[in-house]
Design a protein around this ligand. Structure first.
Ligand code: SF4
Length: 124
């Protein structure tokens, strides 16, 4: 998985303890995340890292979501709906950017980001 999106992270250069430390400030972290252009990628990355972890084993803020929200979203995540979604996930795993995937499949970047953020990877 390409991590190039991290180059556009608004939090680059900000103390990571704000997002992941024991004394982190979730409200402040979420406010910073709200203006970040890579929120979908960040949340997907956090969800990948956490996998099927229970709520107590989820920590920090990823993509503007706290542990509770990510746990809830995982439960709501739908299985891979069709071949298009599976192709999106395969191309993303090969390191293609959402824009490259969108161009190859003739769909919007938004669709790619939505599928990546809402599709349950373990079902792929
Ligand atoms: S969404 Fe938040 S945690 Fe993720 S890269 Fe952006 S600022 Fe950082």
């Amino acid at each position: 998985m390409s991590l190039d999106w991290m180059l556009s992270a608004v939090c680059a250069g900000v103390d990571p303890e704000l997002w992941h430390g024991a004394g982190g400030n979730i409200s402040k972290a979420k406010r910073i995340c709200a203006s970040c252009p890579v929120r979908p990628q960040c949340e997907a990355y956090g969800r990948d890292l956490e996998g099927a972890a229970s709520l107590k084993d989820r920590h920090g803020v990823w993509g503007g979501t706290d542990a509770k929200a990510r746990s809830r979203r995982r439960k709501q995540a739908r299985p891979v709906r069709d071949d298009r979604d599976a192709r999106i996930l395969r191309l993303a795993e090969r390191g293609m950017t959402p824009r490259e995937i969108a161009a190859q499949l003739d769909i919007s970047d938004r669709t790619v980001n939505r599928v990546k953020a809402t599709t349950e990877r373990s079902a792929a």
